[in-house]
Design a protein around this ligand. Structure first.
Ligand code: C2E
Ligand code: MG
Ligand code: MG
Ligand code: MG
Length: 278
């Protein structure tokens, strides 16, 4: 009955808008408890070297399994975590778990891989990012060269972030630009920033074989990257044709459903076993 009354109440206002706002508020409150209730989990998506198909890395991708709502998409909850500031605490957890997991795989005897962790703007602004990265590395015993941090162009372009980025680079960590080509930025920053890798966004990859303009953009990105000695990984590779185009254009690494979907650690262990058995 209370629910019915609630529904009617929303109708009095701008129906949909109000209901959505209250759903968001509920989600935000659930999210506050997600970490302590153990509802967050990292999935890992393998990256392979184009050409050799050798595994070279993993991207850690956050998942939230809400007991009643089920899985909530990162596209939905990451913005909420950012807006509430919870992303700082969650981001520290992600760093700790990802570093520890990578170290565990190494100790199990698998060849060394790099693990890539996504960062949020808020992690630069509040708290000491370099200190939390250092503490995740120290706690796990993972060498910094096996950690990659993914930032967006907007984060890279912020002057205030430069000292932290340089500190991270000097520690031996790989810095990469995620979703490359989708935000407001100039190419000039690639020459002055401590970046060593770019990730071509899925929106360009999906145009391969369909839209010559996307192919032209990828081609140009590859040329710039090669001349600046940046390595390139393409994300969202779903088809054989996309893979072939990228390999022909000397893209270094490939990440996408064509090879692997993001998977929980137990399943990744099987991927690793399968990949290196012989
Ligand atoms: P992203 O960092 O650009 O991650 C790549 C996204 O593309 C992932 O979505 C991945 O599952 C998806 N993907 C990979 N291959 C394919 C493919 O072949 N086809 C398609 N259609 N999709 C593919 P996901 O896991 O939903 O994550 C979405 C975004 O959420 C990420 O985009 C990232 O921006 C953010 N995110 C995820 N985990 C974290 C985290 O731990 N911290 C922060 N700050 N952000 C995160
Ligand atoms: Mg990413
Ligand atoms: Mg991306
Ligand atoms: Mg993306």
């Amino acid at each position: 009955a209370a629910k019915e009354a609630g529904k009617n109440r929303y109708k009095c206002y701008d129906g949909k808008g109000q209901a959505e706002a209250s759903e968001l508020m509920e989600l935000r409150n659930y999210l506050r408890k997600a970490l302590s209730r153990g509802e967050l989990e990292l999935y890992y998506q393998p990256q392979i070297q184009a050409g050799s198909a050798q595994l070279v890395g993993m991207e850690a991708l956050l998942r939230w399994n809400h007991p009643k709502l089920g899985p909530v998409s990162p596209q939905q909850f990451i913005p909420l975590a950012e807006e509430t500031g919870l992303i700082v605490e969650i981001g520290e957890w992600v760093l700790r778990v990802a570093c520890a997991q990578n170290k565990e795989w190494q100790e199990a005897g698998f060849p060394e891989l790099r693990i890539a962790v996504n960062l949020s703007a808020r992690q630069f602004a509040s708290g000491d990012l370099a200190a939390s990265v250092r503490s995740a590395l120290e706690a796990s015993g993972l060498e910094p060269r096996y950690l990659e941090l993914e930032i967006t162009e907007n984060m890279a372009m912020k002057n205030e972030n430069l000292p932290t980025l340089e500190l991270l680079r000097d520690m031996g960590i790989t810095l990469s630009i995620d979703d490359f080509g989708t935000q407001h930025s100039s190419l000039g920053y690639l020459k002055s920033l401590p970046i060593s890798r770019i990730k071509i966004d899925r929106s360009f990859v999906s145009g391969i074989g369909k839209d010559e303009r996307d192919e032209a953009i990828i081609h140009a990105m590859m040329l710039v990257a090669r001349r600046l000695k940046l390595s390139v990984v393409a994300e969202g590779v779903e088809t054989e044709a996309q893979y072939r185009f990228l390999a022909e254009h000397e893209c270094d690494d490939i990440q996408g459903f064509l090879f692997y979907r993001p998977q929980p650690a137990e399943l990744i262990r099987k991927v690793l076993l399968e990949h290196w058995k012989s």
